[in-house]
Design a protein around this ligand. Structure first.
Ligand code: AMP
Ligand code: MG
Length: 269
């Protein structure tokens, strides 16, 4: 499916995250200009989700990855606020439980893969198993590459079975993360969102950027593309991701199923 966006990653292309701006806003000059579009996308998304559910032939899987404070939670809240909660399943990927660790790394992801008719949203994902564990040297580069090949194969299998996959990397700058953490530290209602790991992981910023760019170039495929979303401006992130979702769902050419009875002959007593 061809999408009208400049943010997608071509398979096996060389990615230099340092050369990709985090604060681009595309054709919009201000948040004000984007509000109407976001509202339109939200409404379309609600209608298209109903169609996805009614036709029950395909599913949509969204993968959200990014550094801490990158905006994964906010993306879900802003884009899906108008969609029927019955049609969406959000799965957060945390530090694996002892049970999860006794299985292969794709086990928990496969259990959370969306059934036909559903939108599945991964808040972090199976990609953590080639990111955080690689940065902390719990797996070698060779193992990371092996896992990436396994991910590509697994996603291909999902795609062959009717799952449309879209993967978003929320690209923020180090300075923007500093601003967001400082804002959270100051606001008593936001302090709960901060954990010790936010401070320790920041020290590994350059390693994460390297792990991310390797992952982006090795695992973007036609059947499961990555998009690098400039995310310093939350409003741009929201409008551009929602646009890609709407375009994708429209491109799926979904149809309501034919009624199983003849509506012309149905009688209400
Ligand atoms: P949060 O998204 O802020 O709730 O944090 C979840 C934490 O779980 C992050 O620090 C992730 O890096 C960590 N995490 C998620 N998946 C894995 C994994 N497979 N191995 C190790 N840590 C993980
Ligand atoms: Mg966090």
């Amino acid at each position: 499916m061809k999408l009208k966006t400049s943010h997608s990653v071509q398979p096996d292309s060389k990615i230099r995250l340092a050369h990709i701006p985090t604060d681009k806003t595309g054709r919009y000059k201000s948040k004000q200009e984007s509000i109407e579009d976001l509202e339109r996308h939200r409404e379309r998304l609600d209608a298209l989700q109903e169609l996805l559910s009614a036709s029950a032939q395909k599913s949509l899987l969204l993968v959200l990855q990014g550094m801490d404070t990158g905006g994964k939670d906010g993306t879900i809240r802003h884009i899906f606020s108008g969609v029927n909660p019955q049609g969406c399943q959000v799965t957060p990927f945390k530090v694996p439980t002892p049970l999860e660790l006794r299985h292969d790394f794709l086990w928990r992801a496969h259990r959370a893969a969306p059934a036909k008719g559903m939108i599945g949203i991964f808040n972090r994902s199976h990609y953590e198993d080639v990111l955080v564990v690689r940065v902390h040297k719990r797996i070698s580069d060779k193992e990371a590459h092996q896992r990436m090949r396994e991910i590509v194969g697994w996603e291909q299998m999902l795609a062959d079975n009717g799952t449309v996959i879209l993967k978003f990397f929320l690209h923020i700058s180090y300075e923007e993360q500093t601003r967001r953490l400082a804002a959270r530290l100051k606001d008593p209602n936001k302090q709960w969102k901060i954990s010790d790991s936010d401070f320790t992981e920041r020290k590994f910023w350059p390693d994460y950027q390297l792990a991310y760019q390797d992952m982006l170039s090795r695992t973007s495929r036609q059947h499961a593309p990555w998009f690098i979303i400039p995310s310093d401006n939350k409003w741009y992130r929201n409008v551009v991701i929602s646009e890609i979702l709407v375009q994708t769902l429209e491109g799926m050419k979904l149809k309501y199923p034919k009624p199983t009875f003849n509506p012309a002959k149905a009688k209400l007593d």
